[in-house]
Design a protein around this ligand. Sequence first.
Ligand code: TRP
Ligand code: ZN
Length: 888
Amino acid sequence: MDIARDPTVTADDTQIADAAPMPQHPQEIRREDYHPPEWLVPQVALDFALDLDATRVVTRLTVQRNPEGGGDKAIRLNGDGIAALAVTVDGNATNDWQMDGPDLLITLPGEAHEIVVETQINPAANSQLMGLYASNGMLCTQCEAEGFRRIAFFPDRPDVLSTYSVRMTGDKARFPVLLSNGNCTDSGDNADGTHWAEWHDPWPKPSYLFALVAGDLAADRDTFTTMSGREVQLAIWVRAPKGGGGDLDRTGHAMRSLKKSMKWDEEVFGREYDLDLFNIVAVSDFNMGAMENKGLNVFNTRYVLADPETATDGDYDAVEGVIAHEYFHNWSGNRVTCRDWFQLSLKEGLTVLRDQLFSQDMGSESVKRIEDVRILRSAQFPEDSGPLAHPIRPDSYREISNFYTSTVYNKGAEVIRMMRTMAGPEAFRKGTDLYFDRHDGEAATCEDFVKAMEDGAGLDLSRFRLWYSQAGTPRVEARLKHAGNEAVLHLKQTVPATPGQPEKQPMPIPLRLALFDRESGGHRGEQLIVLDKASDSFRFGGFATPPVLSLNRGFSAPVAIERQVAEDELVFLAAHDDDPFARYEAMQSLTVQYLTAAGGEAGATGSGAGREAIGTALEAILADSALDDLMRGELMMLPGETYLAEQLLVADPGAIHAAREGLKGWLGARLEQRLVALHERASAVPYGLDAAARGARKLKTQALVLLAAGVPEVAARLAAEQYRAADNMTDRQGALMVLAGLETPARAELLADFKARYEGNALVTDKWFSLQAGSLHPQALDHVRELAGHSDFTLANPNRVRSLYMAFAANPQAFHAASGEGYRMIADLILALDPINAQTAARFVPPLGRWRRIEPARSALMRAELERIAAAPNLSRDTAEQVGRSLG
Ligand code: TRP
Ligand code: ZN
């Protein structure tokens, strides 16, 4: 008898696909193969009998033949590790169905039918955290991208939109709170100690936006009145253990962020919320940051919980940004969703841009821009120049989870930001208005967005569309010539070859620029030029003497500018540029030029004069009383090692590390007096969330970072003082970060103090792991090996795994240990984690995938580890795809 039809099938047997070996060559899905769905599902009714290890699900689908389909007699209902316990069509049990691998195919004679399928799942055994799973005794779901098929058989693709009615029944003591999308329409108690609730979501949605949460939760409640005067009930749900110690006292910042987001989206994008209820649930076991399920956002606890004692200023910003991001998805993602997963950047690029603009408006616009560019350069640029490079709208994939990338998210946001730069904010708003209006309720494509921008904002984007199809970071060579009264800017662009894309076309590149007069220190106004050919020249008259060029101001295009600039010009811009980003950029370029002058050769750097120039510029920045401390803190940060490595064709990570640390040490020693004085000045500022107090905290830690490299005894003393005096996590973590990299008795003592002080707080325990795994300590690698055996370490929790191993993989000195031990450690982790949580395991492949750009000895070691992973049996589709592409 077919196991799928056997009603006696046990709960564990229903998770068959998790245990079954994956096919050796999982199929590639291609964008060009898109076909509209054969069947539409206007209505779904789900009935859950909740239980931690045996949840029964009855799915009732109202299906209709799609007039745009090909007339297929069978409906394909995707499944993943689930079995059909019973199937009826129009009320009658039927045998007209079969399994096709994980999917259920049902033959349907007519145009419209009602299908009922029953399944059973085991949430407690679901370690992948996709579908319905258990976390801390509660039940919750994660369906994007293809998790719904682990719960119920369904055409699990984003272009099938349905209205959902959900009924759930569960033990009232274990699951006192029962939540789903939309509004709660009814609820009640049963005589047997169970209770039930019914939810209805009036907005048609794809299955990836379905959510259900059941557990012992408490709510922080508030209300928001929308622009049209409707009152929305807001609730943030967190753990509420009976004996106390719950998280309710750490939701205030998230709630304030939510209300600000709702207001801002009305004011800036004209978008109003559309349900009477908005729920957020914080979950401690979560694969990503958060999820925008309609009316029921599910969040990683780290993006909800914050108070001064346990969260840094960075954490506060991250909570605000992610709360905004998920809320903004209600329009850019939910009301207008994606036709297929190749269009992912349609919702993610746009929503990242929206959350970036929001955060710019909430805090320091320039500091936010600098931070976003730093993320792009350290995460996306390496992706774009490596074996996993893909366009923001990919052409093919095997496992879509692998395409939730910095390219789709962050470069996707940059591409839309360029449209905004070219159109200006008002015309851009006309474009987004038209987009939302035209495609409301639809599953749209990136092309639909571009068209709406052309029609609404009045742009001609015909060539600009190349940004959607071409991977790789464009390089722009710039030369400024001066003759007579004229300055001439010669620009030449090349888009590098990437896997599968050997040949590239030139793309329109919008560049904001200004030409400074050296004497007066001013310029005659900023201009926007668009380089839309392979090369072009731009003439600027009226310059009796050669001006100083400030190019790609505000980082108006996500490109790499290649230009040899005289040190004195960079020093000038670092001191005088009125565009804060350009000022930061001048400081970065000065350092990049110096540190990569010798092509990254062991220990070699630029000239003594180059180093002097950096010292002089930094000294001026430290002394500039017109600068606020948040910005000063940015200007004090040296370019990261990944970004430095990006500048070189083949990098020696050891040499880059030594050169960068050498420069830090020289600066720290040379500027010791000033840095100590700044630290003292900033230490007198009392805790607050205002920009001045936050700036003071940033300054303190940045000062310690430089001092630690130059005068470690001084830094160790100041850091220990800062730690002991701290009344907030920013100061405490900053001090401990510096101490963790030093050989000083305070190191062990204060790490232990930190651990004990926050015993039982998972998010702070994550910090304790990260501080050690990411430290500059020469034995960091050994520390990581020991920490992996710590009783608080577990592979079952993604936050904990990342806190140890992502911090380690991002620690160049430790990860790139010449012995190859770091590579082996990450490969071992991938192999151990893959059967438990494939999505998270696959995210550790990219650091090893950099092998082609690393010096030969390390390169061979990295490659060997990738080959060892590739040879392992039963690799997940996620990991197999990433390793396969990395080996290329
Ligand atoms: N859509 C989510 C966001 O960016 C991303 C996300 C959350 C996700 N959980 C996921 C993607 C799980 C893939 C798998 O806001
Ligand atoms: Zn998103």
